[in-house]
Design a protein around this ligand. Sequence first.
Ligand SMILES: Cc1ncc(COP(=O)(O)O)c(C=O)c1O
Length: 462
Amino acid sequence: MHIEEWGFSRGPENELVIGGASAVDLARQYGTPLHVVDEDLLRRRARSLREAFEKEYPEVELFYALKCNSVAALVQSIFEEGFGAEVMSDFEFWLARRLGMPARRILLNGPNKSDTLLRRAISDGVGAVVVDSVPELARLEAIADDIRTDVQVLLRVNPDYVPRGMNSASATGSRKGSVFGLDLRTGELGLVLDVICRSRFLRYAGLHAHIGTGIRHPQDYVQAFRRIAPAFLQARAAGFDTRIFDFGGGFGVSTSKEFDTLEFLAYQGWGRLPRLAPKALAFAPEMCGPIKDFFTRQGLPLPTLYLEPGRAITSPAQVLILTVGTVKERSGVGKWVITDGGAGTCAFPLYYEYHEVLLANDVAAPPTEYVRMVGPVCFSSNWIYRRKKMPPLKPGDVIAVMDSGAYFLALEANFGFPRTAVLMVSDGQARLVRRRETLEEMASRDILEVKPHADAAAINRI
Ligand SMILES: Cc1ncc(COP(=O)(O)O)c(C=O)c1O
């Protein structure tokens, strides 16, 4: 793939240029591992996704899924592009509020919300609570009764539909047996509607579904919608008007992908990577038509469409920059390239997703040899790539792991090293938006009981 696929360019020496700044210069100045966000690209992606849906559907509201990447400056840029917030934890709710998001433009999601979070969100006047289960509804009702406050409720339903190309080990989305949402086959929706009907403070606003992450085929949303459609009629028959339909997030990007089950096996078993032929993925036109048709055919008012994208906005706008430290060649085994990023920085997403890795100091250099790329720790998941065709690599080379904007930072861990710094770049100007962790910070939560040294005690006795 060429760097133009991501919207980046190359400098005079064929180095990767992100947001007008040379990745090699940034690596030198700020050190690596380093995440670099192209702010203009990020904003363009947010804006164009919003505009694409606004073009196809009369009333749409978009809520950025903070779980995807919660670096405050990045979240703020997305909020400035007209997005509300989709949150699923105390931290995310706090961050959205801290960044000035009005509570009414926040959606509270998740299958295990704490009572503290529910209470806080309701008191602040949260836009809607997405109810995930029958027991959760009971807890929510008790809290709403206690603080005598109305709550807008969206009911998450499980479409029981497996999007194409999903890895069958994936826990997200709507596959059979998925942990999320109300089971449409066992009468859970009816139970919940009954409770809301009798409740003093719970207000039915509509339905919610989220079918997974990294979806590449718009038709998957159409198929899932067909599974959900009878639930709107059930709500209507119970006397409820659906004012909102929230279809979650999950839109994939063209430049990286989750391994499907066979690709996962081929990669984990034999190090074989899939080929990725990037093509523009356009969801809005294919998704909106069938939704509008259904409500029109049923003579029901068209609900406002809510969406909760994360990956589609952030993934390609961020790059993880690493430096090659050591290259080892072993006869009969091959070449090992040891970098400063691995188990803690990127090995987890690279375990189940395909991401391009480029030589950032010469993106035009042709790949000629297969290498094994790893990070600096001794652990079975220290892999960047088990087998990747790269140009010849030497110590000091700068490596770019592409599409690091979605779930990399969320899954980041220390594993003996400070967590990464994050830069935002615009018009060639870089600003540090998350500084690298210090060694003191890595130990700052530890509680050390200072016991007198045995020798010291002996000395005291004398
Ligand atoms: C309920 C919900 N909404 C939105 C998202 C965001 O998904 P994505 O980043 O794939 O757009 C997720 C992520 O899994 C989710 O669980």
